[in-house]
Design a protein around this ligand. Structure first.
Ligand code: BEZ
Length: 330
């Protein structure tokens, strides 16, 4: 059994055990819906479609998954609510959204937890990270199948940036979740929560001065075109998690749980390798634009990192274990 299969099976059994709801009978054919906010050509969306194709094949056409990208079913907060009520079967969501309901997941956003994209992948595949999924059925009402990746976070600014003081007071777009809000507040910026689909226009028309984003989307969605400076800081990881509604899970046979969790885990996990191999290319393309690109490390952010740690070590109990795991995996 592959590592992914073992993880998926362990997660599934753990979730089933927590909920006490293993079904003995085969639930039969099902048409599932899977939602996500990323656009059709995004790595996460392609992985979702590959999962859908594989599940159909593995179940001899008995099960189908229709993928709804680009926020067709609502924003992430709404999709998480739909998963809880059983109105939505599955989703690939940012761990950021999950951390809004389960603050322990903020541990993944510790600044410079990962030293590079390969290290981020090792952290997400660690037993410590996987173990955190076990809390989701009880705290959020969803089954967490596996973690996926996205690039590390960078900053794109409409103005010139030479030091962190140039970001002070700037309206800086962030994904709507508290760990990143606290990070930019500590830095002295004016963090502006904004969902992904609104970012392009907001940057283009000057509603925000800067954005927090990953290299894939800075390049693919051409955010850089409306900026002067790209700060390659790699300051945070940005994991994804494959989720199944707890209510839907309860109605599945054990065989279907195993098949779904193994296949979903395989495709969610595959995004870690995809970012590992593609992120360098996106960065090189950004360096090839006519924009000013600066490379910075933790020293750029000064006291911000210690301040973040002080706030979140209390709110995210797993932070010290994740840090220890990250150190061991360097
Ligand atoms: C963002 O909010 O920046 C984001 C969300 C999903 C995938 C990638 C980026």
């Amino acid at each position: 059994m592959s590592i992914v299969s073992r993880f998926a099976r362990a997660g599934a059994l753990c979730a089933a055990g927590l909920m006490g709801l293993v079904s003995a009978s085969d639930a039969g054919a099902a048409e599932f819906r899977l939602g996500l906010i990323t656009p059709p050509n995004h790595v996460w969306t392609k992985a979702a479609q590959s999962f859908a194709d594989d599940l159909s094949t593995a179940s001899d056409g008995a099960h189908s998954v229709t993928v709804f990208p680009a926020r067709q079913l609502g924003n992430e907060a709404q999709m998480l609510q739909q998963l809880q009520s059983g109105a939505l079967d599955m989703a690939f969501l940012t761990v950021a959204e999950v951390s809004n309901r389960a603050p322990d997941f903020a541990a993944f956003y510790a600044p410079y937890l990962a030293e590079d994209i390969a290290h981020a992948g090792r952290i997400l595949r660690s037993d410590t990270a996987r173990g955190m999924l076990a809390q989701l059925p009880e705290t959020v009402g969803v089954v967490g199948v596996a973690f996926g990746g996205a690039g590390l976070r960078q900053i794109v600014s409409r103005g010139s940036v030479e030091s962190a003081s140039d970001l002070a007071g700037l309206k800086l777009r962030i994904t709507p979740f508290d760990p990143i809000l606290d990070f930019y507040k500590a830095l002295g910026a004016a963090p502006t929560p904004m969902p992904l689909p609104s970012v392009y226009d907001a940057l283009a028309n000057g509603q925000v001065d800067a954005i927090d984003m990953d290299a894939e989307l800075i390049w693919a969605l051409k955010y850089y075109e409306h900026a002067d400076t790209i700060v390659l800081s790699n300051h945070m990881m940005f994991p994804m998690v494959g989720l199944v509604s707890g209510r839907v899970w309860r109605g599945l046979s054990e065989a279907d749980r195993t098949m779904i969790s193994e296949l979903m885990a395989k495709h969610v996990d595959s995004t870690i390798d995809t970012y590992g191999s593609l992120e360098g290319g996106w960065i090189e393309k950004l360096r090839g634009t006519d924009k000013t690109v600066i490379d910075v490390g933790p020293e750029f952010f000064g006291e911000t990192i210690a301040q973040w740690d002080a706030t979140w070590s209390e709110k995210a109990p797993s932070l010290s274990a994740i840090r220890a795991e990250a150190d061991a995996l360097k």
